[in-house]
Design a binder for this molecule. Structure first.
Ligand code: ZN
Ligand code: ZN
Length: 347
C-alpha cells in the first residue's frame, strides 16, 4: 500500500512552495524506503520549481540532496538494512544495461536516467524529491553515508559534492597540481575542500575578496579577486585545472589564459545563453574547455567514502521547512554559507 508523507511542493512557476501530501509507492523487492532526515537546497531545485529549465509538471516536490535512514527494505535488497545511513542524489533509476550504465555513468544512460524529481519513474508515476519525509528508491541508486559525517552536512554531498569531486578526479587534481576554483558558493566551497583533500594547490577566483577568510579556512592556498585586472596578469599560465562553478557569463578567453599548456577549464555551471570563445584561447597551449555533469553511483559512493575519510562535509545552514521560500531568495542573492539544508522533521 502506498504511504502518504508530508512534503513541500511547488504548485506553479510563480507561487511559493507550500505544504503538500505525497504518495510514496510500496516497497518493491529491490526497493529501499528511506526516512529522510535532511534535504539540501540546490540551485537546480529553484530552476525546476520555477520552470526556468523548461516547463515543470506541477505539483512537484524538488530536492536531490537527500540524507536519511533506511526504514524498510524489499525482499531482494542486498546492500542495505534497516537503520543504515544513506543518501540519494540527482537520479533514482536508469536502464542499468546500456554501455554508459555498465561503465558506471548512469547520468548518461542511453535511455535517459530517471531524475529524482520532475521526471517519470519506471512505474509511470511522476518522481518527487527530498523536501519530504520519506522516499522509496531502487537500491542501485542509494549510497551509504559512512559514520563520521553528520547527515545534515552529508546531504549536499549528493549533488554539490559529486558535481565537484567527479571533474577533480577525471582531470587528475592531486599533489603537484595547481587547481583554481571559480566562484565560492555551494559548489565552489565543496570544490575547494575536496581539491585540498586530494592534495592539490588550490586557488579561489572570486569576484571580490569578501569571502577570502572563508576560502582560506576551507582549504584554499590562495585567493584572488577577478574584479581586479591585475589578477589575470599575475596568474597568467598558472593552473593545470580550472573548475568553473558559476553559471554567469564570463570572459572565458581571459580564464583560459590562466591555464598552463595542456591545462583544462571544466565547467559545471550552466549559463543560460550560448557563449563565445576565441579558438586561439584553446589551440595555443593545447588547452581543453570541457564540462562535467554530476557523477555515476559508483563514483558517488567513492566520493562519500573519501569525504568521510577526510572529515569533509558541506558548510550548512539548517532551516525549517517553512523557511524554504525565504531560503530560495537568499540562494538567488548568494546569501548563504554555503548550503541550506531542510530539517525534514519540521515538515
Ligand atoms: Zn543539484
Ligand atoms: Zn542505461
Amino acid at each position: 500500500m502506498p504511504t502518504t508523507v508530508k512534503a513541500y511542493a511547488a504548485t506553479s512557476a510563480t507561487e511559493p512552495l507550500t505544504p503538500f501530501e505525497l504518495q510514496r509507492r510500496d516497497v518493491g523487492p529491490k526497493d529501499v524506503r528511506i526516512d529522510i532526515k535532511f534535504a539540501g537546497i540546490c540551485h537546480s531545485d529553484i530552476h525546476t520549481a520555477r520552470s526556468e529549465w523548461g516547463p515543470a509538471t506541477y505539483p512537484v516536490v524538488v530536492g536531490h540532496e537527500i540524507a536519511g535512514i533506511v526504514a524498510e527494505v524489499g525482499s531482494e535488497v542486498t546492500k542495505f538494512s534497516v537503520g543504515d545511513r544513506v543518501g540519494v542524489g540527482c537520479m533514482v533509476d536508469s536502464c542499468g544495461e546500456c554501455k554508459n550504465c555498465l561503465a558506471g555513468d548512469e547520468q548518461f544512460c542511453l535511455e535517459g536516467n530517471v531524475g529524482t524529481y520532475n521526471s517519470v519513474g519506471k512505474d509511470g508515476e511522476p518522481t518527487h524529491g527530498g523536501y519530504s519525509q520519506a522516499i522509496v528508491v531502487t537500491e542501485r541508486f542509494v549510497c551509504g553515508i559512512p559514520e563520521g559525517i553528520g547527515l545534515d552536512v552529508a546531504a549536499p554531498l549528493l549533488c554539490a559534492g559529486i558535481t565537484t569531486y567527479s571533474p577533480l578526479k577525471q582531470w587528475g587534481a592531486g599533489p603537484g597540481k595547481k587547481v583554481a576554483v571559480v566562484g565560492l558558493g555551494g559548489l565552489g566551497h565543496m570544490a575547494v575542500k575536496i581539491a585540498h583533500a586530494l592534495g592539490a594547490e588550490v586557488t579561489v577566483l572570486s569576484q571580490s575578496l569578501k569571502k577570502q577568510e572563508d576560502g582560506l579556512r576551507l582549504g584554499a592556498d590562495h585567493y584572488h579577486a577577478t574584479s581586479d585586472p591585475e589578477t589575470f596578469k599575475a596568474l597568467r599560465g598558472r593552473f593545470d585545472l580550472i573548475i568553473n562553478t558559476v553559471s554567469a557569463m564570463l570572459d572565458f578567453d581571459a580564464y583560459l589564459s590562466l591555464l598552463d599548456v595542456h591545462g583544462a577549464m571544466v565547467n559545471v555551471g550552466l549559463p543560460e545563453k550560448p557563449l563565445s570563445l576565441r579558438m586561439f584561447s584553446v589551440v595555443m597551449g593545447n588547452k581543453s574547455f570541457a564540462g562535467s555533469n554530476i557523477g555515476g553511483i559508483r563514483q558517488t559512493q567513492e566520493m562519500l567514502d573519501f569525504c568521510a575519510e577526510h572529515g569533509i562535509g558541506s558548510d550548512v545552514e539548517v532551516i525549517a521547512a517553512d523557511q524554504v521560500n525565504e531560503a530560495y531568495e537568499r540562494v538567488l542573492a548568494s546569501d548563504v554559507r554555503y548550503r541550506f539544508v531542510i530539517d525534514t522533521s519540521t515538515l
